[in-house]
Design a protein around this ligand. Structure first.
Ligand code: FPP
Length: 240
């Protein structure tokens, strides 16, 4: 079975999972930690190189203060609890997004986790926090504009390649498979630059209900796709 090298996931449906049980939305986020562990485990089992999870979008700052606060607390707790095991399993942890608005205690932990796991190679795990795809592209454009102003490069050097080297996932293969749980069929400002040729998989399970079986179904969907990257079948030669 052809496996993706890189999987990107929008973990949607925590709030609805909780509301459906008469619980506060925060309870859904808490329940959403286990499927995160499952996806890491399942990816490692199959030697998938990279996993990128959308944990908190730039737009999520607009949610009620108590929900935002609970999410921050949950991230801190999860990092404190899971770091040793992640590191022990050879996971390299990286955070993408604009993090200066996050509580200092969380920023400190994110930096420490990145430093501690920097040499690990079993799985590259990116957690998107305060992330927005448009922000990412604008940020990359700003970086290149700065280089043009300083004379390090000229506007003619701005190409898909150089811009691609300035976005947050620079250096990683683009995601081959995108998964969104929770029934909505949107990208919601996730990795706009990197999803150009990604296979998109949507399922109705709410994130806390996403299991090994659901992950396996997404991989089967991917294995059945024929990726052409704008070329014709004939150019690509034999089917896979
Ligand atoms: C979207 O569901 C989910 C989030 C905004 C938070 C994602 C966080 C987790 C899965 C917690 C664990 C994460 C890590 C990295 C430890 P929603 O609240 O938009 O659900 P709804 O669409 O039902 O309202």
């Amino acid at each position: 079975m052809t496996l993706p090298r890189h999987i990107a996931i929008i973990m949607d449906g925590n709030g609805r999972w909780a509301s459906g049980r008469g619980l506060p939305r925060q309870a859904g986020h808490k329940e959403g930690v286990e499927p995160v562990r499952m996806c890491i485990r399942e990816s490692m089992k199959r030697h998938i190189e990279a996993l990128t999870l959308f944990a908190f979008s730039s737009e999520n700052w607009g949610r009620p203060g108590d929900e935002v606060g609970a999410l921050m607390g949950l991230f801190v707790e999860a990092l404190d609890r899971e770091m040793d095991e992640l590191h022990g399993n050879g996971v390299r942890l990286l955070f993408i997004g604009e993090r200066q608005n996050f509580p200092v205690r969380l920023q400190t932990r994110m930096l420490a986790a990145e430093g501690r796991t920097a040499a690990n190679t079993a799985l590259r795990l990116q957690i998107a926090v305060g992330y927005g795809g448009r922000w990412d592209i604008a940020n990359a454009a700003r970086t290149l504009a700065g280089r043009c102003v300083s004379g390090a490069m000229s506007p003619a050097d701005i190409t898909p390649e150089t811009l691609g080297q300035a976005v947050q996932l620079a250096g990683l293969p683009d995601p081959d498979l995108f998964i969104r749980t929770g029934g909505e069929k949107r990208i919601s400002n996730f990795l706009l630059w990197n999803l150009a040729y990604t296979e998109l998989y949507f399922c109705d399970e709410l994130w806390p209900d996403f299991t090994e079986a659901g992950f396996g179904t997404a991989l089967e969907f991917f294995a059945a796709r024929k990726r052409r990257y704008g070329l014709t079948d004939a150019q690509l030669g034999a089917t896979r």
